[in-house]
Design a protein around this ligand. Structure first.
Ligand code: PLP
Length: 381
């Protein structure tokens, strides 16, 4: 199988698996215990924290380990509302469904929530952001890169707007980590969410980076993580996360260059070979690994099942629910019709994607989709 769904999750790298097994077998004591095995576990936790911090460009004391980006996002939004008297939230319209769902829930509970629109390329509307970020805003929360289109968001500009209004800035950097150079210190953000499983680490672990001195109340009470996140630490997961960060730090520049070249090859080949291919965010700054496109108006489900039959797995941004397939909210926010927003397919590459994988994907897509596109073109409208 050719796996082109790295934005959904990635295969854990061998270093991460080895670190997890070692933590499970040899360092399974509780890091809060004062005896010697406990102190060994505590040292492993500190070492892992240092590695994660080095990779993400922050201080070790700014790392709060969580169960993943979803929890980190909840901690940021709910904490910001609890920290002071300001009530308003400003999010982008294209946030991850988990964060968007929380925003909508808070909205239903009476919290004023505003959404910054994007243009047809998926770029954030900074003029709209400027008018929405006023002095009653508690938190501005925007993703670093969109998980469906890969389009990058103007984090530094938003952080400046947020700070000028006296608000905090949170970045959901889940899709940036491991695919773009990333520095919490340089970003201007006060809070940043990341997830281990998107960069070669295990699932169920991630972090919220909290700027030193920021009075963020915890989501889970308890004394771990400097009283910022209660619960015995997931040491095997954290060790795996740290090992993945250490490897990514060493290979990032080469990974980015390779993924970018392969993505370009895939994109150009599909545009040249098939009629009616539309690439989302083509004029925008995008992640090196992400190609979001539609093949005419062919339904994403149909495209994905054809590709899978040829051994290529990918995904769509459309959400499946009991009521059938829902068009992607990201493509809808970019102005696409419901029909087009159900046709968006995402091919996302990883550091282990090879030229052979890309050749296979091009062959599968052109071979299997050309007849379907011809059929659709011949059908009466
Ligand atoms: N935020 C973004 C932008 C994502 O792409 C994802 C991945 O699904 C998440 C948050 C959720 O991360 P996790 O699986 O660690 O909760």
């Amino acid at each position: 199988t050719v796996y082109l769904d790295h934005n959904a999750t990635t295969r854990p790298v061998p270093e991460a698996v080895a670190a997890m097994v070692q933590a499970l077998q040899q360092c399974w004591a509780n890091p809060s215990s004062t005896h010697e095995p406990g102190q060994d576990a505590r040292r492993l936790l500190a070492q892992a924290r240092g590695r994660v911090a080095a990779f993400l460009g922050c201080q070790a004391a700014e790392v709060v380990f969580t169960s993943g980006a979803t929890e980190a996002n909840h901690m940021a939004l709910l904490g910001a509302l609890k920290a002071g008297t300001r009530r308003r939230l400003v999010l982008s319209a294209v946030e991850h469904p988990g964060l968007l769902a929380l925003g909508l829930r808070l909205g239903a509970e009476g919290v004023p929530v505003d959404f910054i629109p994007v243009d047809a390329q998926g770029r954030l509307d900074l003029a709209a952001a400027r008018s929405l970020i006023r002095d009653d805003v508690a938190l501005v929360s925007v993703m670093g890169a969109n998980n469906e289109t890969g389009v990058l968001m103007p984090v530094a500009e938003l952080a400046a707007l947020a700070h000028a209004a006296g608000a905090w800035m949170h970045v959901d950097a889940t899709q940036l980590a491991g695919k773009a150079p990333l520095s919490f210190a340089a970003s201007g953000a006060d809070l940043m969410s990341v997830s281990a499983h998107k960069l070669g680490g295990p699932k169920g672990v991630g972090a919220l980076l909290v700027r030193k001195g920021l009075p963020l109340p915890p989501l889970l009470a308890g004394r771990q993580e400097r009283h910022r996140r209660g619960g015995t630490e997931n040491l095997p997961g954290i060790a795996g996360f740290a090992a993945a960060c250490k490897r990514a730090a060493a290979t990032l520049a080469a990974d980015i260059a390779r993924m970018e070249a392969l993505r370009r090859r895939l994109e150009e080949a599909l545009l040249a070979a098939l009629p009616g291919v539309h690439v989302y965010g083509r004029a925008a700054e995008r992640l090196c690994n992400t190609l979001c496109l539609r093949f005419g108006t062919l339904d994403a489900e149909q495209v994905l099942s054809q590709l899978e039959r040829a051994g290529i797995v990918a995904s769509s941004g459309a959400a499946c629910s009991a009521g059938g397939t829902q068009p992607s909210h990201v493509l809808r926010a970019m102005g696409e019709s419901p029909l087009h927003a159900k046709a968006g397919v995402r091919l996302s590459l990883g550091p282990d994607t090879t030229p052979e994988h890309i050749a296979a994907a091009i062959a599968a897509a052109t071979g299997r989709l050309r007849p379907l596109l011809a059929q659709a073109a011949a059908a009466p409208q």
